[in-house]
Design a binder for this molecule. Sequence first.
Ligand SMILES: CC(C)(COP(=O)(O)OP(=O)(O)OC[C@H]1O[C@@H](n2cnc3c(N)ncnc32)[C@H](O)[C@@H]1OP(=O)(O)O)[C@@H](O)C(=O)NCCC(=O)NCCS
Length: 149
Amino acid sequence: MENIRQPMIVRAAKEEDLAKVIEIEELSFPTAWDYDFLEKISKDTFLVFDGQEVCGYLIAGCCHKNIVATILKVAVHPKHRRKGIATNLVHKLVEILKDRKITEIDVIVIEGCKPAILFYKKAGFKTVSTIPQASNNDLYEMKLKLTYP
Ligand SMILES: CC(C)(COP(=O)(O)OP(=O)(O)OC[C@H]1O[C@@H](n2cnc3c(N)ncnc32)[C@H](O)[C@@H]1OP(=O)(O)O)[C@@H](O)C(=O)NCCC(=O)NCCS
């Protein structure tokens, strides 16, 4: 039988995606962002990965005179991890930011969040500084340089 794969689409988030985003947020983070906060923070770039349903999202914002963009959140539903979804979201972000001539993407990751650190490393991010925390769960600042021909 022919193996028909669902199209995998990364697109801009819509208002009606927020319920699914919040479900993934609550499954992914001990302190989940709520509807109001997500609405406020996601004004710049808010992408969702839409398979048969929304199964991942990425929120980023530009700062420093539109030279640097910061990833604020990326999360994938636990049922759909290790399928390349977050990688697809970052690839789409890079495409969007290159159109805007952004030269760098940065992100802050908690040391204890190993899957996220490994994910960003595989996506080409390098650790540029460590921000010590009293809890010993240090923060890593990671950066990806965007190159242009
Ligand atoms: C981090 C996270 C977004 C990764 O999403 P994902 O869609 O599973 O990631 P991908 O499938 O694109 O993974 C790409 C690569 O990252 C690395 N990686 C991702 N998850 C990993 C894990 N649990 N263990 C080891 N390596 C991992 C691997 O190198 C992987 O490539 P491979 O599968 O070919 O080995 C997901 O685990 C998640 O939602 N975690 C909870 C929320 C979070 O911590 N977000 C980041 C902080 S904002």
